[in-house]
Write a protein that binds this ligand. Structure first.
Ligand SMILES: Nc1nc2c(ncn2[C@@H]2O[C@H](COP(=O)(O)OP(=O)(O)OP(=O)(O)O)[C@@H](O)[C@H]2O)c(=O)[nH]1
Ligand SMILES: [Mg+2]
Length: 274
């Protein structure tokens, strides 16, 4: 019998980046532009709320039940890198309820410059910076900037107001990525929106056709968090994708657009070979 290389599941595309760079807006844009031609779903990760999911549902860009939220608890990068189970369950729920899907977008909770997705959760990832974070940020590098599958420099329309030279920032970013793809994006610039949607279309076809091997951009640098009581903890993560004892996970939960019974998912998730 001939082997098929087409994966039985959707292309999982992560969207990471620092707080407020425009991850939810980018996802809304992709839904608006592509939902007519690509079967899509979205999973959002917020620390204590499902606010990003609510924003996307309110934007009316996708059927509300195709937008699911994971509440990550204190340590947002944990949910996309060290303990990906609630996200995998949310993705699998979407595929079970609305499948077959072509593309599931997973938004990371806004985090620091070194937060990246585990390849156990996503097939590819976009890292989002914005010009308002400063023209130097791209030069500083880090695993997301250097090795995400695509780097987006967002809000280029704001560059004149924050004294950033966009061309310079894009060429610095390209240098930090050894020539890897970089897109300057503004939702007010249709050509840049086309560049983004073209990249997503091409990646979807590549991944669904079995022609893409996920790459791990690498672990986070040591970093610190303030907890709810204002205590700051500095820590680092192991490189093998397992939990550190000082990371609280107990708050992580998985919520739905409307209540329905939890299904009996096994907690061990094997990633099908692509
Ligand atoms: N001027 C301009 N503003 C933008 C653009 N894209 C997003 N924004 C604004 O940037 C702000 C943050 O956008 P979000 O999409 O919520 O950012 P986020 O990265 O999802 O934020 P967190 O999830 O909180 O980390 C919002 O006020 C958006 O309207 C853009 O292309 N141009
Ligand atoms: Mg967001």
């Amino acid at each position: 019998m001939a082997e098929t290389t087409v994966p039985a599941r959707a292309f999982r595309l992560g969207v990471a980046g620092p707080v407020g760079t425009g991850k939810t807006s980018l996802i809304a844009l992709l839904c608006r532009e592509l939902a007519d031609e690509i079967e899509m779903g979205v999973v959002t990760n917020d620390i204590y709320t499902d606010e990003d999911a609510q924003i996307l549902r309110a934007a009316g860009v996708l059927e509300i039940d195709r937008i699911r939220a994971v509440e990550t608890g204190a340590c947002p990068h944990t949910a996309i890198r060290d303990d990906v189970t609630p996200n995998l369950i949310a993705v699998e729920d979407l595929e079970r309820d609305h499948g077959p899907l072509d593309l599931v977008l997973v938004e990371s909770g806004g985090d620091n410059l070194t937060a990246t997705f585990s390849p156990a959760l996503v097939d590819a990832q976009i890292f989002v910076l914005d010009v308002a974070g400063g023209g130097d940020v791209a030069r500083k590098g880090g695993p997301g900037i250097a090795r995400a599958d695509l780097l987006v420099v967002n809000k280029t329309d704001l560059a004149p107001y924050v004294d950033v030279d966009v061309e310079r920032m894009l060429s610095d970013a390209s240098a930090a990525r050894d020539g890897g793809p970089v897109i300057g994006l503004s939702r007010h610039d249709p050509a840049s929106v086309d560049a983004l949607t073209d990249w997503v279309r091409r990646m979807t076809a590549l991944v669904r056709g079995g022609g893409h091997t996920p790459v791990d951009p690498g672990p986070m640098a040591p970093h610190s968090h303030a907890d709810e009581d204002g205590h700051v903890t500095v820590h680092s993560h192991g490189t093998a994708g397992h939990d550190d004892a000082d990371h609280p996970h107990e708050r992580m939960s998985h919520t739905h657009a409307h209540p329905h019974e939890r299904h009996p998912h096994a907690l061990a998730h094997e990633r099908p070979a692509v």
